[in-house]
Design a protein around this ligand. Structure first.
Ligand code: NAG
Ligand code: NAG
Ligand code: NAG
Ligand code: NAG
Ligand code: NAG
Length: 266
């Protein structure tokens, strides 16, 4: 819970300090991720030499597993570059080795995605018991070096019952192109002490890559929803007081805030 709170504070501070959110952006393409990566559940470590190699695009085996609910799960992506023909598959077991171990997971036809974030609901898993391990595979096409190639990434999970699942999934859609960086330089919440990176002020509308904008978008969307939450809280607590004057213009700028959706725990 504390971790989550810090995450939200860090994300909120990203409204004026994109440094935090840039970890999901284009700046990291080719350093810690390929053109597309899982935002949630956690990716296996990325490696440039392996990312076109089926089934997992990684030099590592399964090590860190994320708890994934059997009911009400979702897969969220960080997208640094345009990609096509995105597919999610799942392999049940501890260490799938070949493409044949994987079967379709999310059936949605995803023919094209652009820089930003996308989240897709996962179907209910009824074939295996709580406590089983599985690996979720992401495959997509992207243009690395002038032509389309197939890319792979994997996230290793332990499937848990919905009641045992206590995390909240960062599930929202926002594209870099629909997002306009806020012009305000006002700090809404100060940087938490755990955040060691140096805050920088977002440049106006030039000099930001689409991935950086995507990163800012994430922080801002989360920040905006937090502001809305805070505003709602105070509105409920103090009905006689007007809404937060500082929050209002900011919320108006965040066009994509309506696409924030929390995945229900069932
Ligand atoms: C596993 O998670 C720990 C803690 O988050 C991290 O330090 C470590 O690098 C991760 N290992 C791999 C292989 O991802
Ligand atoms: C799931 O994987 C972990 C290691 O990643 C292992 O310790 C555990 O025994 C596995 N669970 C099952 C049911 O095989
Ligand atoms: C593919 O990427 C290369 C650089 O990596 C770029 O020059 C080219 O314009 C891209 N092609 C398309 C169709 O996006
Ligand atoms: C990759 O494939 C998609 C879908 O077929 C196509 O729209 C795109 O232009 C291709 N990109 C390159 C660089 O060939
Ligand atoms: C995100 O967009 C995709 C494709 O339009 C859709 O299937 C999915 O439900 C959306 N996710 C959320 C959280 O709105």
């Amino acid at each position: 819970m504390l971790h989550k709170t810090l995450y939200f504070l860090a994300a909120l501070s990203a409204i004026v300090a994109p440094t935090v959110a840039e970890v999901h952006g284009e700046g990291d393409e080719g350093t810690i991720m390929g053109p597309v990566a899982f935002l949630w559940p956690e990716n296996r470590p990325w490696s440039a030499a392996e990312d076109n190699t089926a089934p997992c695009g990684s030099a590592s085996g399964p090590t860190n597993r994320t708890d994934f609910p059997l009911i009400g799960g979702a897969v969220a992506l960080s997208i640094a570059d345009d990609a096509w023909n995105v597919e999610f598959r799942i392999a049940y077991g501890n260490d799938p080795k070949s493409q044949g171990d994987f079967q379709t997971f999310v059936s949605a036809k995803i023919s094209e995605i652009e820089a930003g974030h996308q989240c897709y609901k996962a179907p209910t898993i009824s074939t295996v018991a709580s406590g089983s391990n599985a690996t979720i595979q992401l495959e997509y096409w992207s243009n690395d070096s002038g032509r389309n190639e197939s890319f792979f990434a994997c996230a290793d999970v332990t499937l848990v019952s919905a009641t045992a699942f206590t995390e909240s999934i960062p599930c929202f859609n926002v594209t870099a192109s629909e997002f306009e960086a806020p012009q305000t330089t006002e700090t809404v919440v100060s940087q938490p002490p755990e955040q060691t990176s140096t805050p920088v002020t977002a440049p106006a509308d030039t000099g930001l890559t689409s991935g950086q904008k995507a990163g800012i978008a994430v922080g801002s969307i989360i920040g905006a929803s937090l502001i809305i939450g805070i505003a709602a809280f105070f509105a409920l607590r103090k009905r006689t007081q007007p809404a937060d004057n500082e929050a209002a213009p900011y919320m108006a700028q965040t066009k994509a805030a309506h696409s924030v959706e929390s995945v229900p725990r069932q």
